[in-house]
Design a protein around this ligand. Structure first.
Ligand code: 1CP
Length: 343
């Protein structure tokens, strides 16, 4: 892994050309993904096939020669392992048949058995066996808060009203659930590392649901706890941790903490301003607006180069989008962006 530009950046070393990978780099915008996806009615069944996951993780690497690969799985495997009954069907987001709907549901929760996620760890091993030697693999989990939000809401949602009511009615039980999820995330990531991942990203994709003070109480507190557990364990202590917070109500400087290697910036953040504050302390990943990818090649090129120019003197810059690639994007547009980075 000595020659990995991505790992160099996470260690705050400079690269003449920034490393690049994308959130949701494998997925529905790729025809080769659709080709495999059509064989499964429930997306989760596909995630339970380690060899298929490895093949899917390699698709964007083969197509674009990216600088990092990400495990092909989903953040919702943990709630599924708590027997909340996850499925994903055609044209729908995730659905839980047995969501958390009362305080008692939390007290009655099955204990977490990391071995129930053995299919994910096998997928890590399979993916590592196919990847070029110097290409790192990113493992991941959802933040405890984001996992709790889906587990209570029972599905994806615009406003997560059920979750917000639960928070108001049962704050102590919610905190208990977040504790349980933090420990589960730790065991899950530790096992991913034992199976071969080289870096970890924590997705707090529903950070934007929380007010400034609730963000600390229900999300950041537990993400920090998870990171502390990782940094205190000999298996995971040297694995760089990247944190993605979607549109948080707090300033980025108020989200970072000791033990973090890198902040993955949402597209609404001002990368230039933030770079002055984080320089020499944290790597930065980001943060082109994914919607730029529906625009003209010229605009994609200039907006990509703008970010690269701003960050050219920043040791520890990793090019990424400010959130995931959406299913409507044409793969050729992604190529334009990569060419602009490497030009
Ligand atoms: O029908 C299909 O083909 C399923 C689409 C799909 C894919 C390709 C889902 C369902 N998950 C994934 C893969 C996935 N999910 C990866 C690995 C691939 C890669 O990045 O290249 C990762 C890292 C995730 C993580 C994930 N899942 C997040 C965090 C990232 C983010 O976008 O904020 C979240 C929020 C999910 C939930 C999820 N999974 C799938 C869907 C449709 C959703 C979102 C539902 C909603 O809007 O609430």
């Amino acid at each position: 892994m000595k020659d990995s530009k991505f790992l160099r950046a996470l260690n705050l070393k400079s690269n003449a050309i920034p490393p690049v990978w994308f959130m949701r780099q494998a997925g529905r915008y790729l025809p080769e993904y659709q080709e495999i996806r059509k064989n499964y009615s429930n997306f989760l069944d596909m995630c339970k096939q380690p060899k298929i996951c490895a093949e899917l993780a390699l698709q964007p690497i083969d197509r674009y020669g990216l600088d990092a690969s990400i495990l092909f799985s989903d953040i919702l495997t943990i709630p599924d392992a708590f027997n909340l009954g996850l499925s994903f069907h055609e044209g729908e987001g995730p659905k839980f048949s047995n969501p958390i709907s009362s305080a008692e549901d939390i007290n009655r929760l099955d204990s977490f058995d990391v071995n129930a996620l053995g299919y994910v760890f096998k997928a890590v091993e399979e993916t590592k066996s196919l990847l070029p030697k110097d290409l790192p693999l990113i493992g991941f989990c959802g933040s405890p808060w984001t996992l709790a939000a889906y587990s209570i809401e029972g599905k994806g949602s615009k406003d997560f009203n059920k979750t917000k009511s639960f928070m108001k009615d049962h704050p102590a039980e919610l905190q208990k659930f977040l504790e349980i999820l933090s420990q589960a995330c730790f065991e899950y990531l530790r096992q991913q590392v034992l199976s071969g991942v080289n870096a970890i990203q924590i997705f707090d994709s529903w950070a934007d649901l929380l007010s400034k003070s609730d963000l600390e109480i229900y999300s950041l507190q537990y993400t920090r706890k998870l990171s502390q557990l990782l940094k205190a364990d000999p298996v995971t202590e040297n694995i760089p941790i990247i944190l993605f917070e979607k549109a948080p109500k707090k300033e980025v400087v108020d989200l970072i903490f000791d033990g973090l290697a890198c902040m993955s910036l949402h597209w609404q953040e001002n990368i230039e301003k933030i770079s002055f504050k984080l320089k020499s302390k944290y790597a930065i990943q980001g943060n082109l607006d994914p919607r730029i990818l529906v625009e003209s090649d010229d605009l994609i090129w200039s907006e990509t180069q703008k970010i690269c120019a701003i960050m050219s003197e920043y040791p520890g810059f990793i090019f990424n989008l400010g959130h995931g690639i959406t299913p409507d994007i044409k793969p050729e547009k992604v190529k334009v962006m990569i060419d602009a980075i490497r030009a």
